[in-house]
Design a protein around this ligand. Structure first.
Ligand SMILES: [Fe+2]
Ligand SMILES: [Fe+2]
Length: 306
């Protein structure tokens, strides 16, 4: 696992304050879903940071602790990078409370309903709250890995890479999401390992497959609510139904149902093979090619301003 750095100013790469175009993907709805995810991811990354402090004392395996440290470092880099985009798209600044440093106004109700009670319980030393949090993170990371497969498959695999780059209205956002999803694929197993190490029970039992994969889940609503807010800010007409039936959401949901069952193992079989393939391909092929394009665009923009 390595800690990657975005090799340019990500705000500049996304054209923030210059000529911002939200249409980073091949269709508007997927582009909106992507910026909605950006808010949800930043929110959850700070949640992981909070939980980590309380979980680490339960681990006495140094290798797992080292992995967890790398996982968290990646997450904090993601949150910092997404902040540029999110601060720009949010109508009002993020606020903080005793548990979370950056709550965007339209995620406040989700925070109050689904996260704050857990964080409060953890701070009060309740073991059940810590368990809830670690399972929540393990579920999130597992699902996120599958979303990331869809991202690379649909946008980068084979001839899709050239097509996506040619049609993207914002290769800065494209880079941010791709860099982020590559690291999500790389570190997703750590969250599951942490959970299983501490509680000695599988994350993906039949009840959790039902509640987190088949039943409607609030986590999807969080990113969709953020996407809807962005659409309003950008003056684009849409609704929750259109967003949730976007190609990205549709493919992701289907793949989660296909892959995540009681046998789901991030470290075995075709799931592990795909994880290795996408991370290696990002580092060796897609990242250098996309970086080149972003740097060229920054140079052109700078020249146009001068
Ligand atoms: Fe992340
Ligand atoms: Fe993650």
């Amino acid at each position: 696992m390595k800690i990657r750095r975005i090799p340019f100013d990500i705000g500049q790469a996304m054209g923030i304050g210059v000529d911002f175009d939200f249409r980073w993907a091949y269709d508007e709805q997927t582009s909106l879903v992507g910026v909605g995810y950006s808010f949800y991811l930043e929110y959850i990354e700070y949640f992981c940071n909070f939980v980590s402090k309380y979980a680490r004392p339960y681990i006495d395996d140094q290798a797992l602790l080292n992995h967890e440290q790398a996982f968290l470092t990646q997450e904090m880099h993601h949150a910092k990078a997404h902040k540029h985009l999110n601060s720009f798209l949010s109508a009002a600044p993020a606020i903080k409370d005793a548990f979370h440093p950056r709550i965007y106004p339209y995620l406040q109700s989700f925070h109050e309903a689904h996260y704050k009670p857990i964080m409060q319980g953890i701070a009060e030393g309740k073991p059940s709250a810590l368990k809830d949090a670690l399972f929540k993170i393990a579920v999130f990371e597992s699902k996120n890995c599958v979303s990331s497969f869809i991202f690379f498959e649909q946008l980068f695999l084979g001839s899709n890479f050239e097509r996506t780059c040619a049609s993207s209205g914002n290769i800065g956002i494209l880079y941010l999401l791709a860099y982020h999803f590559a690291e999500e694929i790389e570190h997703c197993d750590i969250a599951v390992d942490m959970c299983q190490y501490i509680f000695q029970e599988p994350v993906w039992n039949a009840a959790r497959v039902q509640s987190q994969i088949f039943d409607l889940h609030h986590a999807e609503q969080e990113s969709l609510t953020a996407a809807l807010h962005c659409a309003q800010q950008l003056g684009v007409k849409t609704d929750i139904d259109r967003l949730s039936s976007s190609p990205f959401m549709t493919f992701t949901k289907a793949r989660q149902i296909e892959l995540i069952n009681v046998d789901f193992d991030l470290n075995a079989g075709t799931v592990l093979e795909q994880r290795k393939f996408y991370v290696r391909h990002w580092d060796e092929v897609w990242e250098p090619a996309l970086r080149q394009r972003v740097l060229q665009q920054i140079e052109e923009r700078t020249a146009a301003i001068d």
